[in-house]
Design a protein around this ligand. Structure first.
Ligand code: AMP
Length: 398
């Protein structure tokens, strides 16, 4: 039994065909630059299957065309999706609003409701809908399941999810903290409990999902009690290209004085800020290289990133009262020992210690970076959103 997991972005589709029980990946790939001209001959679709890579380098007009190419590549690589034992197609959907907080079997009504939530996620939900519609057309017999990035944070306490603005305006326009990366925070906190051999219900956890997008969460007994992202994924930590927290007054100031309109500021804060805005690069590997050459802007970007991260670690330590585990995950969290060391430096008085050898070790599986016997377990645990979505989809259709 296998599940096809589809994650449609505005101009890309990532996918995996995997066994939801073992996690074994039969094939995976990415469609990129959808709707963009391709003059450079670089592949628009890269499909990996059984250790081989298959490429397509023609222009991809839209998501439906992208998925058709993907299905052709599946066939060419020996996995004809029409004949695979597909239990379900699992779709990552970014915003579930107040409507969706559990994996949901997709029908026309659900598609309309996801589309109706587009005002809350104008970049993401329309792309998710197109991905869903394309997959439904190509695989009409297979159940399609939506798994929402906001679901894990649906029951945040009122004090954590409420913005201090006019309550009537907030209610009328769905303004609350929704939180994102929920599939990852949920999955990783479950893996932490397994790794520690404890029940998740008895653990207080901080999970730091540090990828190109980044978010932190405070989790008490398996229930999220706070998270850094908000109404949109812009709030909170410094990210690859997003600013994270800032004084909202900056927005009005720029509109009034820098001849920028709302879309300009949206673009500035979502795509030209964060590490990229401060240093010119959004990839942490490039940032580390620049820092090694003594680049002052790169060093400042790193310092701002760490300062923000530590601020939230502190906030969540206080919110939770006591913490059993602090866990790093996603591209930066799993791979960048310097970030982990800086984030937790000097917190021995809080029971938080990092063992330098463990932190810089080459092991890639779930592991301690705190020394044996430390009061707080500091961990690195790889995330796997595709597997979590595949399992949620398989469970629902079973
Ligand atoms: P994700 O969004 O979880 O896929 O994370 C992607 C980001 O992880 C990249 O943009 C890099 O900044 C970062 N990353 C990936 N590999 C490494 C590495 N070996 N060292 C530092 N950062 C890394």
């Amino acid at each position: 039994m296998k599940v096809l997991v589809i994650n449609s972005g505005s101009s890309s589709i990532k996918y995996q065909l995997l066994d939801p029980e073992s996690g074994a990946v039969a094939a995976s790939g990415i469609v990129q630059r959808i709707g963009e001209p391709v003059a450079d001959g670089a592949p628009t679709v890269e499909h990996k299957s059984d250790g081989k890579t298959f490429e397509h380098d023609g222009e991809i007009a839209d998501h439906a065309a992208g998925l058709r190419v993907v299905f052709d590549l599946f066939r060419a690589s020996g996995h004809d999706l029409a004949h695979e034992q597909l239990a379900a197609v699992g779709h990552r959907v970014v915003h579930g609003g107040e409507v969706f907080y559990e994996p949901t079997l997709i029908d026309d009504r659900v598609v309309r409701a996801i589309s109706d939530l587009s005002a809350l996620a104008p970049l993401h939900n329309p792309a998710n809908v197109v991905g869903i519609e394309s997959a439904r057309a190509l695989l009409p017999e297979v159940p399609q399941v939506a798994v929402f990035d906001t679901a894990f944070f649906h029951r945040l306490p009122a004090a954590a999810k409420t913005y201090a603005i006019d309550a009537k305006i907030a209610a009328a326009h769905g303004v609350r903290k929704y939180g994102f990366h929920g599939t990852s925070h949920d999955y990783v906190s479950g893996q932490v409990a397994k790794f520690l051999g404890r029940d998740r219900s008895e653990l207080n956890q901080i999970v730091l999902h540090l990828g190109n997008g980044a978010s932190a969460s405070a989790i008490r007994g398996g229930q999220a009690v706070d998270t850094t992202m908000g109404l949109t994924p812009l709030e909170g930590l410094v990210m690859g290209t997003r600013s994270g927290d800032l004084d909202p007054g900056i927005i009005f100031h720029l509109i009034r004085t820098a001849e920028m309109n709302v879309d300009d500021v949206d673009d500035l804060l979502n795509r030209q800020s964060g590490l990229k805005g401060l240093s010119g690069v959004n990839d942490f590997r490039e940032l580390d290289t620049l820092r090694e050459t003594g680049d002052a802007a790169a060093q400042l970007a790193f310092d701002v990133y760490i300062h923000r991260l530590r601020r939230y670690i502190g906030a969540y330590l206080i919110e939770l009262g006591h913490v059993d585990a602090i866990t790093f995950t996603a591209g930066v969290g799993e791979n960048d020992a310097a970030v982990r060391a800086a984030a937790l430096a000097g917190l021995e008085n809080f029971g938080i210690q990092v063992d330098a050898a463990r932190n810089t070790g080459k092991d890639r599986s779930a592991r301690y970076i705190s020394p044996a016997g430390a009061p707080v377990a500091a961990l690195v645990v790889p995330t796997n959103e595709e597997l979590a979505i595949a399992r949620a989809a398989a469970d629902l259709v079973a």
